[in-house]
Design a protein around this ligand. Structure first.
Ligand code: ATP
Ligand code: MG
Length: 568
């Protein structure tokens, strides 16, 4: 490609609504343009990056034995009603009516559609296992679209669905996808970690997210410093330490005027926040439940949702707390409650604690959980894992990271196949719902994640495998015929040797060409100038190195094509 004929509208200004590097550079580098919140045009460079990511995914999925299909973006409400998700999905699902008034949605995911496809065509165990995938546009009406392609409303996903005869076979399909994902993200040049993830609302038994480590990531992850245990904090397990003991004593109620939170109580009663039990009231599908944990800990709402089995979980408002417990939020007590009480395991056998007093503007001191809180407690791990917690698998410690979820593998069991009657006849002539797995990759999010991991103040540093072009050839003086001719020769020979190369044949100053090349992030740059020609060299520089290498003109093509091949 010749830059003079290309469509690469680079910009100097940082877009007003962009904060993170990937968003800023994809706009400035001429990769994408916003047309509405979370909805983007892909310009030619953006399209090329996405195409390269798609091709890597396609190759690896095909090698893993998966078969590519293409499902429609629009799907009828009837299918979603069969699994109850037409009602459950909530406002993330974009719904619309056709001219006859029938309900449709723009698919946020495709379990229902694929199950319908499979149940119509496959009935015998002889046709299983099967793994079907597509690379297709999804729409999720995200509450807060942000950071460009990182969380957009319209995005490209690779979604795959496996169908198996039984759990054992389904596990093999899962393992196959897990290994395939590792190869895909490695080939994309990403530094990532598979982490154990919540199996959440969809149900199912095994789930891993593939997280790209980046400061700008939205997900908190913990990983062991000595074994390979890693998990999303929503899912993370850890060993609980010794029982909390702040001294044995009598249970005493004391006035605490104005105290509204655990930290207020700690301040007023002059105890550490870890010596306070905070008791929160949640509405789990409209039923009040109490949750108690150490004052300085964060509740894991994902865990609570799973434990209570609730579809909707909300922190109760003041009036709702009063109705459920008779007191205002600050004074809710784990002692003498008439609603279910979930306690975080860390509080087991805790002594000498402070807790809400069960009468407005009071607290208890000297709480001995085993002695005072009754026997109906439901003990669970309810707090979020924190860096420094003890690894659940070995004697190591957990460290904290931020991650961008680029992929997710999920074992679904029969959650979809059962209600939709996607059955298979086994060898013994009995009929069972198929065991399923689903496997997503955020294709457009990978592009953003790659930039988050690979950039500097000048722009993007694409991994070679997903760069829009691998090499940029820059003739620095377009009015110098010898420079132009040498640039043209190198460009043509690189093209002929299969390198993905772009020639910057614009009549711009050298400084402007260098700046643009850095911004767009071509992995390798070959500069040809009048002075170099006299010396018989071209200046070659990798985008992510500072050193400029002077390579004899006769060797440039060989040097560049070998360098690129090695870096892929
Ligand atoms: P998130 O937790 O980030 O909202 P999710 O868990 O809802 O994502 P999945 O249903 O697992 O997403 O979808 C599979 C993949 O699609 C995700 O791993 C992610 O890479 C990508 N993805 C999901 N939502 C978006 C989005 N709004 N924008 C871009 N990519 C997305
Ligand atoms: Mg996910």
């Amino acid at each position: 490609m010749r830059l003079s004929k290309a469509f690469v509208p680079t910009k100097k200004e940082v877009p007003a609504d962009a904060q993170v590097a990937s968003h800023i550079y994809m706009i400035r580098g001429g990769f994408i343009r916003k047309i509405a919140a979370g909805i983007y045009n892909f310009l030619p460079l953006g399209r090329r990056v996405i195409r390269k990511i798609e091709n890597i995914i396609r190759e690896e999925m095909d090698n893993a034995g998966a078969l590519e299909v293409l499902m429609p973006a629009a799907s009828p409400s009837e299918l979603w009603q069969e699994t109850g998700r037409w009602d459950k999905f909530g406002p993330q699902m974009l719904r619309f009516k056709d001219r006859k008034g029938s309900d449709f949605c723009f698919g946020p995911t495709h379990e229902e559609v694929i199950v319908d496809m499979v149940r119509r065509e496959i009935t015998s165990y002889r046709d299983l296992p099967i793994n079907l995938y597509q690379i297709q546009t999804k729409f999720r009406d995200e509450m807060r679209p942000r950071a460009g392609l990182m969380r957009s409303r319209e995005f490209i996903m690779k979604d795959a669905y496996s169908f198996d005869i039984d759990e054992e076979a389904a596990n093999l399909s899962y393992d196959n996808m897990y290994e395939t994902y590792k190869r895909i993200f490695t080939r994309c040049g990403l530094e990532f970690r598979p982490v154990e993830a919540d199996t959440g609302a969809i149900g199912g038994s095994r789930s891993h997210e593939f997280q790209v480590l980046a400061k700008s990531g939205e997900d908190a992850i913990v990983a062991c410093d000595s074994c390979d245990y890693a998990a999303n904090v929503e899912q993370a397990d850890f060993k609980t330490g010794a029982a909390l003991d702040f001294g044995a004593g009598e249970l005493k109620r004391v006035p605490t005027p104005g105290v509204k939170s655990a930290s207020d109580a700690a301040k007023q009663l002059q105890v550490p926040e870890s010596a306070v039990i905070k008791t929160l009231i949640y509405l789990a599908d409209d039923k009040p439940v109490a949750v108690a944990l150490r004052g300085d800990r964060e509740l894991n709402e994902v865990a609570l949702k799973k434990i209570t089995g609730a579809t909707q979980l909300f922190l109760a408002r003041q009036g709702q707390v009063k109705k459920a417990t008779g007191v205002l939020p600050g004074a809710v007590s784990p002692i003498g409650l008439s609603i279910p009480l979930y306690m975080d395991k860390e509080l087991e056998n805790a002594k000498g604690m402070v807790a809400g007093g069960g009468e407005d503007e009071t607290h208890y001191k000297g709480v001995d959980v085993a002695r005072d809180c009754g026997s109906e407690i439901i003990w669970r791990t309810l707090r979020v894992a924190e860096p420094g917690d003890a690894c659940p698998k070995c004697s190591g410690k957990l460290e904290g990271f931020k991650g961008i979820e680029v992929g997710h593998v999920f074992s679904l069991g029969t959650v979809y196949s059962k209600p939709m009657k996607c059955d298979v006849l086994t060898a013994d002539e009995t009929s069972h719902p198929m065991e399923m797995g689903c496997y997503g990759i955020g294709v457009t999010r990978i592009a953003a994640a790659a930039i988050e991991q690979n950039h500097d103040d000048g722009g993007i540093q694409w991994p070679v495998a997903i760069a829009p072009y691998e090499v940029a050839v820059l003739p620095l003086q377009m009015k110098d015929d010898a420079v132009v001719a040498e640039g043209e020769r190198i460009y043509q020979e690189l093209l002929a040797s299969g390198v993905d190369v772009i020639l910057d044949d614009r009549f711009d100053r050298p400084g402007a060409k260098f700046k643009d090349a850095d911004l767009v992030g071509y992995p390798l740059r070959v500069a040809i100038g009048g002075r170099g020609l006299k010396e018989g060299i071209a200046e070659v520089k990798w985008r992510n190195e500072s050193e400029v290498q002077k390579i004899p003109l006769a060797d440039v093509v060989d040097f560049v094509s070998k360098g690129i091949a090695n870096a892929k």
